[in-house]
Design a protein around this ligand. Sequence first.
Ligand code: UD1
Length: 429
Amino acid sequence: MNQYVIQGGKALAGEVTVGGAKNAALGILAAAIMTDDDVTIENLPNVNDINVLLEAIAGIGATVKRIDAHTVCISGRTIRSETVDSEFIRKIRASYYLLGALLGKRGKAAVAMPGGCDIGARPMDLHLKGFRALGAEVVTENGFIKAKAEEMRGTHIFLDLVSVGATINIMLAAALTPGQTIIDNVAKEPHIVDVANFLNSMGANIKGAGTDVIRIRGVNRLHGSTYSIIPDQIEAGTFMCLAAATKGDILLKNVIPKHLEAITAKLVEIGAEVRENDDSVRVVATKRLRSTQVKTRVYPGFPTDMQPQIATVLTLSRGTSTVTESIFENRFRYVAELVKMGATITVEGNVAVIEGVERLQGANLEAPDLRAGAALTMAALAAEGTTTITQIEYIERGYEDFEGKLRELGASIIKCPINDGKSTIGGIA
Ligand code: UD1
């Protein structure tokens, strides 16, 4: 088990290149097995969640050839089983996309109950409701979700609430389902558009991704494709907040500024300078920022996956801020860790009230989940003194070479085995 040992207090400055979007990649990799032709996926982030999904895909017999760290070639021709189970697959959320993909392609699928970060109950009723509406029989037994269909038929599905996962999963199954499927009240996140664009590049007929209604005309087969994944909105947003938290100056390369608008708007509102170019964004925050109110919303609102990071920025800003989490009910577990560093935050229900403090102090912390782990790393880099962060496996699920990218920006951070941590503090540059 590794930990981060961080010596904080430096303004971080320089350039960072943002990788491919993890959550888009998860949907796209599942979609890739739906054709029997070869598919090449480029700009794949080299993070643990992706590698676990690739193992699961290989585990059912698909051919997975890693061309380089960010490119993979997949062929679904060799699939020999519709049952997805492995030691690791239960730990990631996106294993559920293999249900939609296999149901669409083979008319049956059994996938071990998905896990993922503990940020709330995360039910799957809407996914299953969608599959049933398409004609599948779905049961949950012995730790598996099993779906099968003699015959599936396009239909009109209204999602009771906006769900990223259900939108993508139903879209996957419907792409190869005869007839027209209309999915109403869908999520509009950039990665949904990316998965739809990828399916269309394989010959699917999907219209309306990025709006409230997606219309899918099922096709008989999908063909091969070469596709490059969009940049990761959340990785980009994390580095934007990092510039704000450390009073730094960071240029983010390979981003789509439009996807970052909600984050940009908040940072500008609290006094940071954000300069947008075609495919880069520079965040400059040389002085102490101001307080504000943030409420997480589905896209194009402020992303729930950026909630811990903006809360960390506000912890160091002047005045009283509130952060309201409206998507997941268990997303404030990092607050207790920030309080150990000297933050003044109280949580009532789904609202965190933050009294900004001038500085934080290093402490021994535990990352409670992926995005919270990134936020605590930011806090540690802004804080005075030394911080250790354990459970960084969470961070590695979704950030590629996080510590390497941070070091490029001037951060003093090392990754080391937990027992050796203290003895290597002195070795930090
Ligand atoms: C995805 C992302 C996650 C992000 C979240 C919201 C992946 C792998 N994960 O998660 O990083 O935080 O979107 O942007 O892409 N819900 C139901 N029933 C369902 C499905 C969802 O009640 O069948 C509820 C959830 O409990 C939650 C809300 O809907 O309150 C939104 O969840 P959803 O958008 O589905 O999130 P995930 O797909 O789990």
